[in-house]
Design a protein around this ligand. Structure first.
Ligand code: F6P
Length: 546
């Protein structure tokens, strides 16, 4: 915990560097990206970072050279680089839970050393990695088989939040859905999700992977119980056990659930759920893409860890992204952040990033319990380009909200439909240019547009974006991209003084649901026990036809 006797540092918003940025924001707000590009011809070079091949172009952010100077002062005043070093050193940066946040250790090389409470965790990490690598290879090769001797054709990952989003993203981005075993992800407690997947599976050839750090999450345990019952109904209790593996930081609970110790892959309390992809939580992804490519993914993450830790601030992709995120959200006033991958394979990126950023930094008090005093995490949303263009881009172009975007572009497609890819990339570039530079009323009138329509056809522009360019969507590049966002999130938290690694805000709803579930089952609606609205809804629900 934060030492209660130590004097807390000033809040970020009370630092002179913040005050300077606030006045500066007033000066920058009226400036247009059109004139920033004219007056700062070097900005593309200055604001493009090549992080070992992952290219991040920040030049369309609404900043001047002076903004970067002031943001650097903020980084220094808050000790950003030192904070990152403390995280890498295994200090208990998750202060409210008194834990390290050392997910970087999960992708360590044998020569690396990461310590938690004085113990080098790398040997244990690598032992688990070797175990999941072997397991994934055996499942893929049909060496590991079910209770009746048949190889596994379907693998079902049962987990939610961080125990689902990361591996599901990787499986979708890099997997081949035409090969077996097919890998499915069931997260929602809605029985439609589980029933839908199991309807296409045969118990004899299905492997269940129950992923839960705590092994208490209601959604996952409900799905796991139902799926185990489905196995047992098809195969009998004894054989069902051979179709069940667990990934958890609570191996005792997995054992109590009936998972054999040699089918339980562990991780540690210093791994936050939303930062857990590179632990054994990635098992289903490793089965989907193969252990060698999973290793390449981890190598990409490791490369980004190195970049984050060693690149100077102005050449450091995640730290600059964090500073620009704080600038745009907490100082310029954006309240949302659209993430638009121009890559169908990255369709799950916005959802993964939603948990990463909103569960980490969606806080109103700092680690000392004081109001942060500024807007914290934006609402993260988005979907693939070009689909988004035909849904919500109208608002981005001509609406009233300031919405920064991250746009991901992949230079080389993994399919052979070259024309499609040219269209896709052209659209990505066109949209970020249109959003940044717009089209003035004079330009529109100059095109001969009737005076009545000029206002309708004018594009204000000045909508900021960051373009992330990947030469290809390889496992290595995806690993870099995901670790880039992990470090960005932690750095935003550090800059605002937030504990990015706890999530107390998810607790209240869980407690209330646990209290309500019996009343839903029995149709009890006691107004003394519930608020009037909840009681009325319970009464209506109780009238449902059986
Ligand atoms: O949503 C709350 C949360 O605790 C997330 O942080 C976590 O990723 C998810 O639930 C799942 O938790 P577990 O892995 O313990 O089942």
């Amino acid at each position: 915990m934060t030492d209660p006797h130590a004097a807390p540092p000033p809040r970020t918003v009370d630092l002179p560097a913040w005050q300077a940025l606030r006045s500066h924001a007033d000066a920058v707000r009226p400036r247009h990206l059109r004139d920033l590009f004219t007056t700062e011809p070097d900005r593309v070079d200055r604001l493009t970072v090549d992080a070992d091949g992952l290219v991040v172009d920040f030049s369309k952010q609404r900043v001047t050279a002076a903004t970067i100077d002031l943001l650097e002062q903020l980084a220094n005043a808050t000790g950003l680089v030192g904070g990152l070093a403390a995280q890498f050193a295994g200090e208990h940066v998750n202060t409210t839970e008194d834990r390290a946040a050392l997910h970087m250790a999960l992708r360590a090389d044998a020569a690396d050393r990461y310590e938690v409470d004085g113990v080098d965790v790398v040997p244990a990490v690598r032992a688990v990695r070797a175990a999941i690598t072997t397991f994934a290879a055996e499942v893929r090769d049909g060496v590991r088989r079910g209770g009746t001797g048949r190889p596994f054709a379907d693998v079902v990952n049962l987990g939610i939040g961080g125990s689902d989003l990361g591996p599901a993203l990787v499986a979708r981005a890099l997997g081949d859905p035409t090969t077996t075993p097919r890998v499915h992800f069931v997260s929602n407690v809605d029985g439609a999700a589980l029933a839908g997947v199991l309807a296409g599976c045969d118990p004899e050839t299905t492997l269940l992977v129950v992923v839960s750090k705590t092994f208490t999450t209601v959604e996952t345990m409900t799905n796991a119980r139902s799926a185990r019952a489905w196995l047992a109904a098809g195969l009998g209790e004894d054989a069902a056990g051979r179709h069940l593996v667990a990934v958890t930081a609570a191996p005792g609970a997995a054992g109590a659930f009936g998972v054999a110790a040699d089918a339980t892959f562990g991780f540690w309390d210093w791994v936050g759920g939303r930062f857990s992809l590179s632990s054994a939580v990635g098992l289903a992804a490793a089965i989907a893409i193969g252990p060698e490519r999973f290793d390449d993914l981890l190598a990409g993450m490791r490369a980004m860890d190195h970049h984050a830790r060693t690149a100077p601030l102005r050449r450091n992709a995640p730290l600059l992204a964090a500073l620009l995120g704080v600038w745009t959200t907490s100082l310029l006033g954006a309240t949302s952040w659209a993430v638009v991958p121009y890559a169908e394979d990255l369709a799950s990126l916005p959802g993964w990033l939603q948990q990463l950023e909103m569960e980490s930094n969606g806080k109103r008090v700092d680690r000392w319990g004081r109001p942060v005093g500024a807007t914290t995490a934006p609402v993260v949303w988005g979907s693939t380009g070009t689909d988004g263009q035909h849904a919500y881009f109208q608002l981005l172009h001509q609406g009233t909200h300031l919405v920064p975007l991250d746009v991901v572009v992949v230079a080389r497609a993994r399919h052979r439909l070259a024309e499609h890819h040219e269209q896709l990339v052209a659209n990505a570039l066109a949209q970020t240019a249109a959003l940044a530079f717009g089209r003035t009323a004079e330009e529109v009138a100059g095109d001969g547009v009737h005076a009545d329509l000029v206002a309708h056809r004018t594009f204000p522009g000045n909508q900021p974006s960051t373009t992330i360019l990947l030469d290809e969507l390889s496992p290595f590049r995806l690993g870099q991209l995901l670790a880039h966002y992990e470090h960005r999130t932690a750095a935003v938290g550090h800059l605002l003084g937030i504990d990015s690694f706890d999530q107390w805000g998810v607790e209240l709803g869980k407690v209330l649901a646990a209290r309500l579930v019996d009343d839903v089952r029995t149709g009890t609606a006691d107004v003394g026990h519930h608020d009037a609205s909840t009681a009325a809804l319970l009464r209506r629900l109780a009238r449902r036809p059986d």
